[in-house]
Write a protein that binds this ligand. Structure first.
Ligand code: NAD
Length: 395
């Protein structure tokens, strides 16, 4: 076995009703808590009340920043950081999907450092210091795994660029995973976030940065997504399916925090950076079949294992034949969860695909894909994802 390192500092509090732990969890880090959410909407209201009540019962003073937007921008983070400074927050609590949790992490950095969070992206010389505020993450999607990762994804609208802070200091100190908070997620959010879980598990599984530890979690996460995401999409109130998906999401987060992602996430990040109306999981769903068909023979055993999880009939075939069908297997699964979409559905103009292809290779993740793509390969992949009629994404 190859030597490996596995690191995970986040305390995970998992299970129905655990939102009641929020106050006790946050009180460990100070007396003044900034809650970070999207603007309150009917499903969020009661959850926010529970969180506020738990914080107040634990003796914390509370302020609320409600300016988060999906694919959070640098402007949003600056507004949140201003409030954190004015309020003299000791701890930042993200409540919501990945957009709210990532905003909380980036606010924790910008509120305590010079300049903007954009100055602290993973490749820049300045990095978050020990001044970074502690973050508590209460997740409401099963999704990004952000409640257990050192990543905050941020969009800079002026540069039309989506990039990331990536630093151990922004791991949430506590991640609260209460599946009861997820039952209100609409079908499309459930499907897109659930597909993101699959992408995290698969991309860490095929990643050279992976290990036996992350492989074990990745296979389990893929198995759960294959078996349980359709039930969560069909009936959002199915708490057992929500619980299973919340666990798969947590496993996926633990995987990417240690193994990383590959080509699909590079393309997906570029797509939402250029077209902020595109949800992260939508971007992934529309390119996955073409990417699997581009790269299945570069890691036969792993693509075969993936394909068999989604289509057990492939157990009868050898690795090469099963791996070759991985694109078909994921397409059939996307059909089952109502997410068989293409670039045309996302209103991405065909004449802008060359620029999208170039932007897709800016982040280094693509270098960890088993078949390393050149810009022409990405352009061809995108062209094969424009429509989704029979055979559209085949080379
Ligand atoms: P999101 O946070 O943008 O939420 C999507 C929509 O669902 C929002 O309108 C939100 O208000 C709503 N919503 C969330 N929970 C709900 C609930 N329980 N009931 C009803 N509505 C609910 O979506 P997301 O996919 O969780 O996060 C996407 C962001 O996370 C992107 O910016 C993506 O790039 C980033 N991301 C981060 C990491 C990481 O490790 N930090 C990993 C992957 C993706």
């Amino acid at each position: 076995m190859m030597p490996f390192t596995y690191f995970q500092p986040t305390e995970i509090r998992f299970g129905a009703g655990r939102v009641a732990d929020t106050g006790a969890a946050a009180a460990r880090f100070g007396r003044r808590c900034l809650i970070v959410t999207v603007p309150v909407f009917p499903a969020l209201g009661p959850v926010l009340e529970k969180v506020q009540a738990s914080l107040q019962a634990a003796g914390l003073a509370v302020a609320h920043f409600d300016g988060v937007v999906p694919n959070p921008t640098t402007d949003v983070i600056s507004a949140g950081a201003r409030l954190a400074r004015e309020f003299k927050a000791d701890v930042v609590l993200g409540l919501g999907g990945g957009s709210s949790l990532d905003t909380a992490k980036a606010v924790a950095v910008e509120a305590t450092h010079d300049g903007s969070c954009w100055d602290y992206l993973f490749f820049k010389p300045a990095q978050p210091t020990e001044k970074t505020l502690p973050v508590v993450a209460v997740t409401t999607t099963s999704g990004t795994g952000s409640h257990v990762t050192q990543v905050a994804v941020v969009t800079n609208p002026r540069e039309k660029n989506k990039s990331a802070l990536y630093h151990p200091r922004i791991y949430p100190r506590v991640g609260i995973v209460d599946p009861e908070l997820m039952v209100t997620a609409p079908k499309h959010v459930t499907a897109t976030t659930g597909f993101d879980v699959l992408a995290h598990a698969f991309e860490s599984y095929i990643n050279p940065g992976g290990s036996p530890y992350t492989d074990m979690m990745a296979v389990e996460a893929m198995r759960i997504v294959a078996g349980r995401l359709p039930a969560a999409v069909a009936n959002g109130a199915d708490l057992a399916a929500r619980t299973d998906m919340a666990w798969a999401d947590t496993l996926g987060g633990l995987c990417i925090a240690n193994a990383g992602v590959t080509l699909p996430h590079g393309i997906g990040m570029a797509m939402s950076g250029l077209y902020p109306h595109v949800a992260h999981g939508e971007a992934l769903a529309c390119i996955y079949p073409a990417i699997l068909r581009f790269s299945w023979d570069a890691a036969l055993a792993k693509f075969a294992a993936f394909a068999r999880i989604f289509d057990p009939a492939l157990e009868r075939l050898d690795d090469r034949a099963a791996a070759e069908r991985s694109g078909d297997a994921v397409e059939a699964f996307l059909d089952r969860i109502g997410l068989r979409i293409c670039l045309r559905d996302l209103r991405i103009p065909e004449n802008e695909l060359a620029a999208l292809a170039r932007a897709s290779l800016v982040l280094p993740d693509y270098k960890n894909h088993p078949r390393v793509a050149a810009v022409d390969d990405v352009h061809a992949l995108l062209m094969r994802s424009v429509g989704n009629g029979p055979g559209a994404s085949r080379p």
